[in-house]
Design a binder for this molecule. Structure first.
Ligand code: DLL
Length: 433
């Protein structure tokens, strides 16, 4: 039987949900107009006033917010509440120089934790469960979000944070953890480390995992489910909109329900900004309709995605988003061809490799080169050069048929590609463009 954390809201008939969104949007636009001069100026420049926005049907009239706006307004320029009412910040790592700082009132945190509690409940968590939160704690939203959600559900929460793999496995075993929350690449690494210790899925009590914060393929899901003996659920979110829990998977494991009572989703053409018809593939744009301290209207995520409005067997009525197919800013353009790392991952996993790889792009004599470095699994490891050459050629053919591009494939020894405890770093782009 499907269980919900907030059944009324999660299964609300769509016409009622739309009415709720209409009402909340109107209120939010007024809040932003009155309290965020930066956004008010953008609205004025577009000739829009709060009176023009009567509901979701008018959403397209509002200007977008982009990462560039967040940078311009850094750090306090997009706040909707005075500092005295804010209780916390979170921030992205800013490794690409694009640090984002988001603010929360206590009310914002409360609603965010509800969203994470919905995700945990959808994965089967109850107050009988022991939930190991192995996302990073601190500025990153993963640890704090799932931690708060786990408390709300009433799970015994293990705030272990990421890293120290032996201790992770020890705690899972000793404290009988049943739910694991971490990035999918770290979950795969934990599975790999367990194997090395001679442990299999039957040696641990885990039953479900909530994995997100980075792209992962269906093939990787199967892999993790088999090695850890669990059901692996996807969860999506971004710092700008609170963190994890903007959308989450249910028992159907076929897309993530967007918490539409808090976020309105649109799909736009990333080049023209035009709103695309239902079911189209494009850039995901979110409007937060309940956030007070950092209320973003029409925020361009850069994630490329598709929405599915078909009724879901789980009974939730909220629209589902597919696994993001990549980011418009992660998409590599190699010799004019659009390449998403997820496509490469699919080929590798289909050929029996684990998701331990690096994509190296360079430019030689004015032409782009693509190299995929892939670890052999311990089972396939060999020093037979003929065997390695054959395997490399198979992958070259697989990549050519997926991407329409010639790639160089280099098979490397197991464990030679550095593991990440958080989000994996898969792309090395050496082109000086
Ligand atoms: O990654 C929040 C989060 C924490 C989500 C824990 C899920 C679990 P940021 O660091 O701001 O926030 O990164 C946001 O990560 O725009 C996507 O490109 C990517 N992303 C997040 N979840 C997924 C997912 C957190 N399930 C950016 N699948 C987003 C693919 C994801 N990409």
């Amino acid at each position: 039987m499907e269980r919900y954390y907030q059944p009324k809201l999660e299964t609300m008939p769509r016409d009622q949900l739309r009415a709720l969104q209409d009402e909340r949007l109107v209120k939010q636009v007024k809040h932003v107009w009155d309290n965020v001069p930066y956004y008010r100026a953008k609205m004025e420049a577009k000739g829009v006033t709060p009176e023009d926005i009567k509901g979701v049907a008018d959403l397209h009239k509002l200007p977008f917010v982009t990462k560039a706006d967040l940078r311009d307004a850094y750090p306090y320029g997009l706040m909707g509440k005075p500092l005295s009412e804010c209780v916390r910040i979170h921030s992205t790592s800013g490794t690409t120089g694009k640090r984002v700082v988001a603010f929360y009132t206590q009310h914002d945190i409360d609603l965010w934790e509800d969203c994470c509690a919905r995700a945990l409940t959808a994965a089967g968590a109850t107050n009988e469960d022991v939930c190991q939160v192995a996302y990073g704690y601190g500025l990153f939203t993963g640890g704090a979000g799932l931690h708060g959600g786990s408390h709300k559900v009433g799970c015994l929460t293990i705030p272990i944070s990421s890293g120290n793999t032996d201790r992770q496995i020890g705690f899972i075993k000793d404290l009988s953890a049943t739910i694991l929350c971490c990035t999918p690449s770290y979950a795969a690494y934990l599975g790999e480390s367990m194997k090395e210790l001679g442990m299999g899925p039957d040696d641990i009590p885990l039953k479900a995992g909530i994995f997100g914060a980075e792209a992962w393929s269906e093939e990787m899901r199967q892999d993790i489910q088999n090695t850890l003996g669990i059901k692996a659920y996807d969860i999506y979110g971004l710092t700008e909109l609170s963190g994890p829990g903007v959308a989450f998977e249910c028992s159907a494991q076929s897309g993530m329900h967007i918490n539409e009572d808090h976020f309105i989703a649109e799909i736009i053409d990333p080049d023209t900004g035009e709103v695309l018809p239902e079911g189209s593939k494009g850039e995901l744009v979110f409007t937060s309709i309940t956030k007070e301290a950092f209320p973003l209207l029409r925020y361009r995520t850069r994630d490329i995605c598709q929405l599915n409005y078909e009724p879901c067997p789980c009974g939730r009525t909220h629209v589902k988003m597919c696994k993001p197919m990549g980011r418009s800013d992660d998409m590599l353009i190699i010799r004019g061809v659009n390449v998403f790392p997820s496509q490469i991952e699919t080929v590798l996993l289909n050929h029996g490799y684990a998701a331990n790889y690096q994509i190296v792009v360079d430019r030689v004599n004015h032409s782009d080169t693509l190299e995929v470095r892939v670890e052999m699994t311990p089972e396939m490891f060999t020093d037979n050069l003929g065997q390695i050459d054959k395997r490399q050629k198979e992958l070259v053919a697989g990549l050519r048929s997926m991407l329409g591009l010639a790639a160089k494939v280099t098979l490397v020894a197991p464990k030679s590609i550095v593991r990440s405890e958080g989000k994996a770093v898969r792309i090395i782009d050496n082109r000086k463009i």
